[in-house]
Design a binder for this molecule. Sequence first.
Ligand code: PLP
Ligand code: ZN
Length: 422
Amino acid sequence: MQKFIGYKCSLCGKSYGADAKIYTCAIDGGNLDVILDFDSIKKTVSIETITNSRDNSIWRYLPLLPVEKKIGDQTPMQFVGGTPMFRHPQAAEFGINDLLIKDESRNPTASFKDRASAIVVTRAKEIGSDVVVTASTGNAGAALAGISAAVGQRSIIFAPKTAPSAKVAQLLVYGSQVILVDGTYDDAFDLSVLAATEFGWYCRNTGYNAFTVEGKKTASFEVWEYFYHQQALQGAKNGVVNFDNLTVMVSVGDGNIISGIHKGFKDLYQLGWISKVPRIIGVQSEGSAAVANAFNNHSEEIIPVKATTLADSISVDLPRDGVRAVRAATETGGTYILVPDEEIIKSIALLGKIGIFSEPAGATAYAGFQKAVALGLFDQNSKVVVFNTGSGLKDVNTAMKAVQPAPIIEPTLANVKRLIKG
Ligand SMILES: *Cc1c(COP(=O)(O)O)cnc(C)c1O
Ligand SMILES: [Zn+2]
């Protein structure tokens, strides 16, 4: 059964066939939505098909993905997704029913981006591409490099020379060909597209390749399954998950993760497996707010900014998936929240105190959650899922700004006593 039946432009609605060699709409450059044949999927796939799967990765959702078969058994490819949701111990103090942190740092290359790279690399193998290329501030590249290494796919990464060194180290260790660009992420993006066109490479770029959203939507499937099992434990009969009180919060740069999360819930709604698409709230740094600005102007016109945030993974001048990112909030009764970098840094320490080590862009959603509480966006029935999108090990320099330096002492017990008292 061929599930993937084509693309549809998110701006003008033009359709393209599944065999079109295309990234964005030929008419207006709009992002393309992958179209799946849900009528035939519904005939062969039930809720139990998924929930009975013994695969604990994104591959348990293969029947809902636009690729035909999984690759990379017994490699890191097989361990993408299946990330834990941790219950925050202080949900009650925030005046809400439940607070869960979905920890994407547990992916093979330590960020949410693995979900996208897994599907793009699988697609590359299906269409027989020799080389996959991407521009990246770090994580998309690390994910492409790591997943490619796992399954023997050649990859090339363009990153700004300012990318944090841990991320550059990942690219190099995974054996990608790494090209550092003396410019911004946006410069790297444009160059990677030029090079891909020139050399016929398959381009993974976020907000450009339509398959990234399809990988990222698996995070929503995991959120759904978590609540499905909870509801089943409480004796629910028909299996349709009630999402009336659920809010999902995630940080936004290019807007592709939030679009993927939105797509995942829309798929589930189309299947009739959830009561509604939950409210989705995007969080941006005040220093990189192009999507939030459009949302606040009630507009889908994405006006570029000069990004200045220290949260490198969401530092974007021109979001490449801005329109769908705005819609993720407008179509779900959600909103956009802006936080200053100081709050992002504080949130790294706050998440640390409950055992979660996040990079700045990962802690951004949690900073947004604190602000959302202050803005009165929740009540005592609210359940909130906050994504940590990447590991703190990716950027230890910024992590150190979130904490006091440790004291250095002469090795005597007297010194220890003095410190412990203080
Ligand atoms: C890429 C990334 C984001 C933002 O995703 P977009 O699709 O660019 O909006 C957030 N956090 C981390 C850690 C990322 O790597
Ligand atoms: Zn179009």
